[in-house]
Design a binder for this molecule. Structure first.
Ligand code: 5AD
Ligand code: SF4
Length: 463
């Protein structure tokens, strides 16, 4: 059974990860982990920290005083990897300062590049997403001068029994499954995260309950394709898991990501509609509006199926916010295909979208299709969809003016510390005045009347 760590102050420079029953070692090594990429990686970092916690390591949130620096990486697009290579180059500075420093690469890039990463003099250890239990052992060996690699993918590893180390007290990420079996032809994830496997149903419900008891206000269930969640023992699917969580913690907000249109069942949409505490926001990646491209991408459904799922969502939850992922410049994409995507966006009217230009990934099927769309064309199509989406987001957000949103208070606004920010049920950032008379604190639910809106945020006053 999972137990939650005592909440720590993330502002503190050095956070002791010690439980009272673990003896505190003098001069114990300090661990610093930096996370790139998706939310799964954020939770994976917490898992690695949880594993190291058990072994008696302490955690620091700056590389300056660290004895171990681990970089949890992303390999989804070439520019994500470039950024990490640059960061690794910067880390040479710390290694010069401290000859005994251990540097490790974790995550999808570790899995993809394997021993090639050890060619970098700086890197001591390379550990893939299914080998996080071996982090302490490899770190210890690295302290003894032995470099190491662990990149085996597993069919069963779900880290079900590992207590993730969480530092923030409002929102928690909970991985419910790992890996992906969809094999979209552009995507490296099935190669870096391996086969799909689900965590035990009861352990997830228990973790969500413990998070509520520990004071968390919101939980996001995570997986590459949560809709295909299936607990082998109980036979429970994702809709059933979501229902069980919603019932177990009726005062906690529940979110989930990511969905695949093929597996987005009626039952799931009905369950979302039934429970007030399941947030009315769905991230439903479409990738392209063209059937020809969807087929080449192996998305396993025609666009008509996608439209039908959207119609069902809008029918059962008229106010539900929607977002998506779109790729421009997939091999052979014509202007006609691109226009089909533009058209789709106008019909669905997403609240938001994550938009990318196609990046060829070695080992994937699309890699063999060539990369025939010139970069300039990929970028101009990308700019066109971004521009259109901004306009749609702006129009949708204008319609919220005058409405009252229930907002979970997150704290001072990132842009202007004189204002505060929070999140609406529909996952929109809401800005409101700083709290002068202590009428609300971080983690409270408050009502905000929206006065203004941009394409990215709603701005209002507390009522
Ligand atoms: N190039 C560009 N975008 C990609 N994505 C996944 N693989 C690639 C790629 N090779 C995008 C998809 C996916 C999101 C997580 O990243 O849109 O939904
Ligand atoms: Fe990649 Fe497709 Fe799996 Fe998403 S569903 S992780 S895009 S292979």
């Amino acid at each position: 059974m999972l137990e939650l760590p005592i909440l720590q102050n993330p502002k503190q420079d050095t956070i002791s990860l010690m439980d009272s029953d673990i003896p505190l070692l003098a001069n114990q090594p300090l661990l610093y982990v930096e996370t790139y990429g998706c939310q799964m990686n954020v939770n994976d970092t917490e898992i690695v920290q949880g594993v190291m916690h058990k072994k008696g390591y302490s955690l620091t949130n700056t590389p300056d005083n660290a004895d171990i620096i681990l970089i949890n990486t992303c390999a989804i697009r070439d520019n994500a990897e470039k950024k990490i290579h640059e960061r690794l180059n910067h880390l040479k500075y710390y290694k010069k300062k401290n000859k005994d420093l251990v540097v490790g690469v974790l995550g999808c890039m570790a899995e993809r590049l394997r021993e090639n990463l050890l060619e970098k003099e700086l890197v001591d250890i390379v550990i893939g997403p299914d080998e996080y239990r071996s982090v302490p052992e490899l770190v210890e060996k690295a302290f003894g001068g032995e470099r190491g690699i662990a990149v085996k993918l597993s069919r069963v590893e779900t880290y079900d029994d590992i207590l993730p180390f969480r530092t923030e007290g409002i929102s928690a990420w909970v991985s419910i499954m790992r890996g992906c079996d969809k094999f979209c032809t552009y995507c490296i994830v099935p190669f870096t995260r391996g086969r799909e496997r689900s965590r035990a149903y009861s352990s997830i419900v228990q973790e969500v309950t413990s998070l509520y008891d520990a004071g968390f206000k919101e939980v996001t269930l995570l997986g590459q394709n949560v809709n295909s969640y299936m607990d082998e023992h109980s036979g429970n699917n994702f809709a059933e898991l979501l229902r069980a969580c919603a019932k177990a913690v009726p005062h906690m907000r529940i979110r989930y990501t990511t969905s695949h249109p093929q597996d987005m069942s009626d039952k799931l949409i009905e369950t979302m509609a039934e429970f007030d505490n399941i947030c009315k926001y769905i991230h439903l990646p479409v990738q392209s509006g063209s059937n020809r491209i969807l087929h080449l991408m192996n998305r396993t459904h025609p666009i008509e199926h996608y439209y039908e799922r959207i119609a069902k969502i809008k029918e059962l939850m008229p106010g539900c916010a929607l977002s998506t992922d779109i790729i421009t410049g997939f091999p052979t994409e014509t202007d006609e295909d691109h226009q089909a995507t533009m058209e789709l966006m106008k019909i669905v009217r997403y609240d938001g979208a994550y938009m990318f230009k196609y990046s060829p990934r070695e080992r994937t099927k699309a890699w063999k299709m060539g990369d025939d769309i010139p970069d300039t064309l990929k970028i101009s199509r990308l700019n066109e969809i971004i521009h259109q989406q901004n306009q749609i987001s702006y129009e949708i957000n204008q319609q919220t003016i005058g409405t009252i949103e229930t907002v979970l208070v997150e704290g001072p606004s990132k842009k202007n510390p004189l204002e505060w920010q929070g999140r609406s049920d529909t996952n929109k950032t809401v800005i409101f005045p700083q709290n002068e008379n202590l009428a609300y604190i971080v983690g409270d639910y408050i009502k905000v009347k929206i006065a203004r809106a941009t394409s990215a945020t709603l701005i209002g006053t507390v009522v």
